[in-house]
Ligand binder design. Structure first.
Ligand code: SAH
Ligand code: SF4
Length: 338
């Protein structure tokens, strides 16, 4: 039995770097048990709407970065976003995740009107935003308009590492300040990071876990770094499956009731990546509700899976994957359980 409450730095580093198959299996089994204690075998569905691939930022790892001129850009208007939500609702989704690059085209007024329209049409659904760093005033207005949750990965909690992955205009301090502000305002808040990103060390990952313990986010997104061919990090290797699974499991042990997605990136580096993520303690999946013809353009990284499938087909496939590993698909809101 792994003592989960009081991991020392040394113990955490041991698991971060562990490559012993038996020890890893024990770690994943422990993480599954902890997940089960809080959420049984349920796996929650979130409908993802990627509504803009324009971005004012220039994160060195991301295909949506503003310096990438090789990509065709698109935006969805309010009605198109609502249509995605309607399709999602008809398929049974109770959570919509609106994600995009940091796109100043969408002013606070516009976003407020979009969130309000979704809230009016779907009074009982959870509305999650994932649109990067904004002002506190903006976060507050969107919360008042009806948003409930916010995903903003911290990306790395190590200052020097953050600087190597982002342009000088961006700062870890602001990223963290946004996360604490969102949490304080009442959003269910999601942080997270990539595994195997360029220049990452085990010490960085230890700091990621310690930051999660400090922030106590309700959700944590963890996925492997995957190179995108039109970025400065095109030739760096992708993050490994096992490292990602170990970080999912450790996060589950440190934040027992968190909601952790088995990410699309995990499914991209291994055909069974998402299922293995669930087996390591994850309990959320995020099928895509974006218009089919736009999916390929939301190219955060290369070879992204599920860009050709219809939403209904994605759900059918996810259900099969989930049940074949002994888990139970749950289309409910899947709020955080204290
Ligand atoms: N613009 C928003 C949301 C969209 S990006 C934001 O940055 O918060 C969503 C996530 O995609 C990022 O947080 C990042 O962790 C992930 N991502 C970007 N590029 C990636 C890559 N090359 N490999 C894996 N994940 C990537
Ligand atoms: Fe923009 Fe987000 Fe990509 Fe950074 S990670 S370039 S903020 S879309």
């Amino acid at each position: 039995m792994i003592n989960m409450t009081n991991f020392s730095d040394r113990e955490l580093l041991h698991y971060i770097t562990c490559d012993d198959a038996d020890e890893m299996a024990d770690l994943f089994a422990e993480a599954r048990q902890v997940r089960q204690r809080h959420y049984e075998k349920d796996v929650y569905f979130r409908g993802l709407v990627e509504f803009t691939n324009y971005c004012q930022n220039d994160c060195l790892y991301c295909g949506l970065r503003r310096s990438n001129t090789a990509i065709g850009r698109y935006r969805l208007n309010r009605e198109e976003i609502l249509d995605c939500c309607r399709v999602g609702d008809s398929l049974g989704f109770k959570t919509f995740v609106l994600q995009g690059g940091e796109d100043p085209f969408y002013t606070d007024d516009m976003l407020e009107s979009i969130v309000r329209a979704i809230r009016v049409e779907f009074p009982d659904h959870a509305i999650t935003l994932s649109i990067g760093e904004r002002t506190q005033e903006s976060y507050r207005r969107l919360f008042s308009a009806g948003a409930n949750r916010y995903l903003l990965r911290h990306e790395t909690a190590n200052e020097a590492h953050y600087k190597k992955m982002h342009p000088p205009s961006m700062s870890l301090a602001n990223r963290k300040a946004c996360l604490f502000a969102l949490k304080k305002m009442g959003y269910q808040t999601g942080a997270g990071f990539m595994t195997g990103s360029p220049f990452q060390t085990p010490q960085c990952l230890l700091e990621d876990l310690r930051f999660l313990q400090e922030l106590q986010p309700e959700m944590v997104g963890i996925g492997p770094f995957i190179p995108q061919s039109d970025t400065p990090f095109a030739s760096y290797p992708q993050g490994s499956l096992n490292l990602t699974l170990r970080m999912v499991a450790l996060t589950r042990l440190l934040l027992p009731n968190s909601l952790i997605p088995a990410t699309t990136a995990l499914g991209t580096i291994d055909p069974q990546g998402r299922e293995l993520g669930l087996m390591a303690g994850a309990n959320v999946v995020m099928p895509n509700l974006s218009p089919q013809e736009k999916r390929k353009l939301y190219a955060l990284y290369d070879n992204k899976i599920c860009t050709g499938d219809e939403a209904a087909e994605c759900i059918r496939c996810m259900r099969l994957r989930i049940t074949s590993f002994g888990f139970v698909p749950n289309m409910g809101r899947g709020d955080y359980r204290k």
